[in-house]
Design a protein around this ligand. Structure first.
Ligand SMILES: [Zn+2]
Length: 266
């Protein structure tokens, strides 16, 4: 299993793409969120992934830095299906509000001859809190992160040999997620900025946390590998080094601050 970051930035970045990523095993793909626009197609292309092979998608929540790129994928899939240039089916998973929104937006924005493929070959599946689905031959359990901003789900994927990967979405860990996040081999967690620059970026006003906060949390949760994303982009050229140096003081595991298009072997 391989994870590639398609984007690593927060909602307002211009020096990288908004946070979204893709898991891959044996030429099968599971994409999480779509970032804020058609740039998702550029990011997939530049990681060497044919968008037509992305058959499983999960959308965490409705914020436009996560969902708007999904509309582009819906458009591409439906358009190519209607042209007879797309074989087989694809599935988008999300909680009920996001599924309703995607259905509504696609219906209003895209031509009927394309949206006719929705629920026929492009399946929109509402997932519930605690519900598990088999994706890439792995058990994936979706959970409500209990956001106070907009209903948001994360997920936990069981990897081989008792390993697991937990994605907390784009808000700080909530104790409600403990049974999923605790002891994760991989934890994907947001870090809006450095703790030393919190007075510049104001992470807490935006329901986000700092590198220090995320690293203290990961240490408490006994995480082996912590991957930080959804960051500001003002430090982008030195982000890896700055974030690593702050975070390592509080976290003893493996700390990753990937750039866009960077892959890790899970
Ligand atoms: Zn976001």
């Amino acid at each position: 299993m391989n994870l590639t970051m398609l984007g690593t930035g927060n909602a307002l970045v211009t020096e990288c793409y908004n946070t979204c990523f893709i898991l891959q095993e044996n030429n099968e793909y599971f994409m999480i969120d779509g970032g804020g626009g058609s740039m998702i197609l550029h990011q997939l292309k530049h990681t060497g992934i044919d968008w037509k092979n992305v058959r499983n998608i999960f959308v965490t929540h409705k914020h436009i830095d996560h969902i708007t790129g999904i509309l582009w994928i819906v458009r591409m899939i439906c358009q190519y299906m209607s042209q007879g240039e797309y074989e087989g089916d694809a599935t988008i998973y999300a909680h009920d509000e996001v599924i309703d929104l995607l259905r509504d937006l696609a219906g209003k924005l895209l031509p009927k001859k394309e949206t006719d493929f929705i629920d026929n070959r492009l399946h929109l599946i509402a997932v519930e809190d605690g519900k598990s689905i088999n994706i890439l031959n792995k058990k994936v359990t979706f959970f409500d992160i209990h956001s106070t901003k907009a209903k948001q789900f994360g997920f936990c994927m069981e990897l081989e040999k008792d390993k697991k990967l937990t994605c907390c979405g784009d808000e700080p860990y909530n104790p409600y997620e403990k049974k999923y996040a605790k002891n994760s081999t991989w934890l994907l967690h947001e870090a809006f900025c450095l703790d030393s620059q919190a007075d510049i970026f104001h992470p807490y006003e935006k329901h986000h946390s700092t590198v220090k906060d995320a690293c203290i949390l990961a240490e408490e949760l006994n995480i082996k590998n912590l991957l930080l994303y959804h960051t500001e982009d003002k430090n982008i050229s030195q982000r890896k080094e700055l974030y690593y140096n702050e975070g390592k003081k509080y976290f003893n595991g493996n700390l990753l601050i990937p750039d866009d298009l960077e892959s890790v072997e899970l």
